[in-house]
Design a protein around this ligand. Structure first.
Ligand SMILES: *Cc1c(COP(=O)(O)O)cnc(C)c1O
Length: 232
């Protein structure tokens, strides 16, 4: 099933890239992150076998289990909210933490990365859609953290992550993604080597790409519905 779905998703990504009206500062290629949360380890292996090296998980414990039972490989993205007390595990398990949503968490991740001599790639998650329960920096918090980023020596900021609101019409997400792109461009003035703008999931990744996303997080469109009864 993945191979067929993957073809469809890749064609949609290509079409959305072609539909971009202008050259974006996020380049001309899109990284597909296969979101394997709530799927068994075999599904991660299937993605890797199909040539998708980027996998996305939203829970530390679940990713740990999968990495323990699978052969080494893949490039692991943490995309779910991270509690500070799990920072140590997250730094050990993930190549990139997309969901850094507070200064407190950034400091904890920096400390754990320093402890093991790692420079941890991260994205700052922005709360642009302001949907209830969605984490992410709001505007004031974000503006406050920007001047402090350089003090976190074991953190490499690679860019931004944005989640759009749930809505009936996918077009309603467009202003949120456009705002995410503008924020990326502004951050690039401060940190010229940022290169990742993570926006879009199964329901809205084509709109996100049209607005400038170069990293999309896709689960359902690749693997079908998740099985929430799975325990890890
Ligand atoms: C689950 C999840 C996704 C993937 O969602 P789908 O709708 O299944 O594509 C993407 N991003 C985040 C942050 C998620 O938690």
């Amino acid at each position: 099933m993945l191979a067929e779905n993957l073809k469809v998703v890749e064609a949609q990504i290509a079409a959305a890239l072609a539909a971009r009206k202008e050259n974006k500062m996020t380049g001309t290629a899109v990284t597909l992150v296969a979101v394997t949360k709530n799927h068994p380890p075999e599904v991660v292996q299937e993605a890797l076998d199909c040539g998708v090296p980027h996998v996305g998980e939203n829970r530390v414990q679940e990713a740990k289990h999968k990495q323990e039972v699978l052969p080494k490989g893949g490039y692991w993205h943490l995309i779910g909210h991270l509690q500070t007390n799990k920072a140590r595990q997250a730094v050990a398990l993930f190549d990139i933490i997309e969901s850094i949503d507070s200064e407190h968490l950034l400091a904890a991740v920096n400390k754990e990365a320093e402890r093991i001599g790692k420079v941890q790639d991260i994205l700052l998650q922005l709360n642009i859609a302001h949907e209830e329960q969605k984490s992410g920096f709001d505007k004031d918090e974000y503006l406050a953290i920007l001047p402090k980023l350089k003090d976190f020596k074991n953190i490499k900021v690679r860019g931004l992550m944005v989640i759009a609101q749930k809505c009936d019409q996918v077009e309603e997400t467009r202003p949120v993604f456009a705002a995410g792109y503008r924020a990326f461009c502004r951050l690039k003035e401060q940190i010229p080597d940022i290169d990742i703008l993570s926006m879009g999931m199964s329901s809205d990744f084509t709109v996100a790409i049209e607005e400038g996303a170069n990293n999309v997080r896709v689960g359902t469109a690749l693997f079908g519905a998740r099985d929430y009864s799975l325990k890890f």
